[in-house]
Design a protein around this ligand. Structure first.
Ligand code: NAP
Length: 233
């Protein structure tokens, strides 16, 4: 039996990631607060009683090194929260470039895959491992086609495409890795730097993440939910 439950959250020096760390720490987990800038990570970790760790989701070396540190110190990982994300530039659709798309997809999609694979051996050593992929309602085709929903009007094509990709990765990885509960959480519009301060509290924005991370034996795998319940894909 492993004595201490261990979690790691990416992009956790502020916003939804930092609140997720705060809640997991409050639940008794030893939490690695991963930040690409270790100084920002240290400052945040001090606030929430976590262990800061340098991790830039764009860098194989950085992610591999973080996994080695956790392997050496803990030997396993119970919960991985893939949270680090960017909207990319917000501009008129005519102005988007291939480089804009590459930046958004490399950070939000390839970054999640890179982190999952680096930590997979550690997750597979845990007794009930979980991966929570922080997605968005903007990744849902069903919500896009429902004109009563705010998600159908958001003009963020690159970000929306990245979140759709995260949803499909979640569904497919959950099917291929039945020993790990792998789910996609939508925070909803949450007041952080990413949303320009618009939206509900970070506590509400982390409800679905925490439910997937800490839920009991009936926690599903391959699900997509927000704080209110299941979302249509
Ligand atoms: P935020 O306050 O802007 O925080 C984003 C975090 O991601 C920051 O810590 C940032 O680090 C980090 N990050 C960006 N690129 C990174 C990289 N290459 N490597 C490591 N970390 C990186 O945004 P947030 O609102 O908390 O967003 C967190 C997640 O929730 C994202 O996946 C976002 O898409 C999702 N989400 C947010 C909302 C919302 O309304 N806020 C709604 C739906 C989904 P730096 O501080 O170094 O930039």
């Amino acid at each position: 039996m492993q004595d201490k439950m261990v979690a790691l959250v990416t992009g956790a020096n502020k916003g939804i990631g930092m609140e997720t760390v705060r809640r997991l720490t409050g639940a008794g987990y030893r939490v690695y607060l991963a930040a690409r800038d270790i100084e920002r990570g240290r400052a945040a970790a001090e606030n929430v009683g976590a262990c800061p760790i340098q991790l830039d989701v764009m860098s194989d070396d950085s992610v591999r090194h973080a996994a080695e540190v956790v392997a050496q110190k803990e030997g396993h990982l119970d919960v991985l929260v893939n949270n680090a994300g960017i909207t990319g530039p917000l501009r008129d659709v005519h102005e988007y470039t291939g480089d804009d798309a590459a930046m958004v997809l490399l950070t939000n999609v390839v970054g999640y895959v890179r982190v999952i694979h680096a930590f997979l051996p550690l997750l597979e050593r845990a007794s009930d491992p979980r991966i929570v992929n922080v997605s968005s309602g903007l990744g849902s085709f069903a919500l896009f086609h429902d004109s009563s929903r705010i998600e159908s009007h958001a003009g963020t094509p690159l970000y929306g495409a990245a979140k759709s990709a995260i949803n499909m990765l979640t569904a497919r990885y959950a099917q291929l890795l039945p020993g790990i509960r792998i789910n996609a959480a939508d925070p909803g519009m949450t007041a952080t730097d990413l949303s320009g301060g618009q939206g509900h509290s970070v506590e509400k924005g982390t409800d679905a993440i925490i439910a997937f991370a800490l839920g009991g034996p009936d926690t599903p795998t391959g699900a997509y939910r927000n704080a209110a319940g299941s979302l249509p894909w």
